[in-house]
Ligand binder design. Structure first.
Ligand code: FAD
Length: 348
């Protein structure tokens, strides 16, 4: 007989913790299963020079604000410590390391298969993030490239690239931050992007992105974004830009064994770092066949339309405006906990 819980939260990063906080507040019996040995979710695996793009006060989970940090944009180590302390402060029921391999449907329960046995839950909240599913676009000739290719999820700092010729592909925040991180160490680094870089004004940061998401929540037809950019000009990025070190090239036409071809230029490269985003890590739900041709499940609110017992928190705007941010995920988690409490209460 598998262990019974009302709700199994899958993933113990910020989304799992925020969900657990709100489930606890409404008195729902639950467990959080996380496959990592230590707290922190994806923040525990990022490169050490990563900084938040918003100040602490705009990076808080529900209940306990992120402690202030002397730097306007706190370093990733501050976020890791905050998540560790948050989990301990509320004594959240996180079990780790427990990997969820499978979720199967029966008429009255969802059976959660893990490497530590099976659980039977009335509801499952999937909060496994995107870090485990890095996305790399298909580029002609990519498999012939003789150098090294890695995704930003595997980037651990500039030291590995000393004296190398590096192309960083992707014009979002990760691509720009990693390029800035490499300019002192690599022999040559270029940012390769299909679109023009769009910086937010220097005095505007991630707070603005959150405010915009809030405005859209209040009114889905809200006025156009006030700024066209999405890249936050963090101090290291600004320094690199001011030195003229943020060299930008158009996207590769194709890759070749020694590098890449862009228009008439053939560029020799040692390494290509793909900063081309992530997909939701949903492999553990494959038996439920919830995904549609869009690659994500069809949801209403943040619950699967095909099986309302399966809920999603934290993956992106499809699970709630700004729900893939520290400050935004609490709102989604709170609404979901209230909904589940009402349904569980009605069942008695
Ligand atoms: P995760 O942190 O990935 O947590 C999911 C957890 O589930 C992990 O511990 C994972 O190991 C575990 N898991 C996965 N699969 C399974 C499984 N099958 N079984 C059990 N456990 C599993 N947001 C901000 O608010 N401010 C920022 O400045 C900011 N900067 C960012 C910079 C970068 C480079 C990136 C990539 C994201 C940034 N974000 C930022 C966005 C967001 O806050 C993070 O991506 C955040 O880590 C998402 O949290 P999560 O809990 O949804 O996922």
């Amino acid at each position: 007989m598998p262990r019974q819980v009302d709700v199994a939260v899958l993933g113990g990063g910020q989304a799992g913790l925020a969900t657990s906080y709100h489930l606890r507040r409404v008195g729902i019996d639950h467990v959080v299963l996380d496959d990592r040995a230590h707290p922190g979710g994806a923040w525990a695996s990022t490169w050490p020079s990563l900084r938040l793009f918003s100040p602490s006060a705009y990076s808080s989970l529900p209940g306990w604000p992120m402690p202030p940090h002397p730097d306007t944009f706190p370093p990733v180590q501050h976020v890791r410590a905050y998540l560790r302390d948050y989990e301990a402060r509320y004594d959240l029921p996180v079990e780790r390391p427990v990997r969820v391999d499978d979720v199967r449907s029966t008429p009255d329960r969802l059976l959660v298969g893990t490497d530590h046995g099976e659980l039977a839950a009335r509801y499952v909240v999937s909060a496994t993030g995107t870090w485990a599913a890095p996305f790399v676009p298909m580029i002609e000739g990519a498999s012939t490239f003789a150098g090294r290719q890695l995704h930003s999820a595997q980037y651990r700092g500039p030291e590995d690239f000393a004296g190398q010729r590096v192309a960083v592909v992707g014009g979002g925040n990760s691509g720009v931050q990693i390029t800035a991180d490499l300019v002192e160490t690599a022999e040559w680094v270029s940012l390769v992007t299909a679109r023009r870089l769009r910086f937010l004004p220097d005095d505007v940061d991630g707070r603005h992105l959150f405010d915009e998401a809030s405005a859209r929540l209040r009114d889905p037809h809200a006025a156009e974004a006030a700024f066209v950019g999405n890249i936050v000009a963090l101090p290291a990025v600004r320094r690199a830009r001011e030195r003229g070190a943020l060299r930008v090239r158009a996207m590769f036409d194709r890759m070749v064994p020694e590098g890449a071809v862009i228009g008439r230029d053939r560029i020799e490269l040692d390494t290509v770092i793909w900063c081309t985003g992530f997909r939701p890590a949903l492999r553990h739900l494959r038996s439920l066949r919830l995904r549609t041709s869009t690659g994500i499940p069809e949801v209403s609110g943040n619950r699967s339309v095909r099986d309302r017992r399966v809920c999603f928190v934290g993956y992106g705007d499809w699970t709630g405006p700004a729900s893939a941010t520290l400050i935004g995920v609490g709102r989604t988690a709170k609404a979901l906990a209230a909904e589940l409490a009402a349904e569980l209460g009605a069942r008695g």
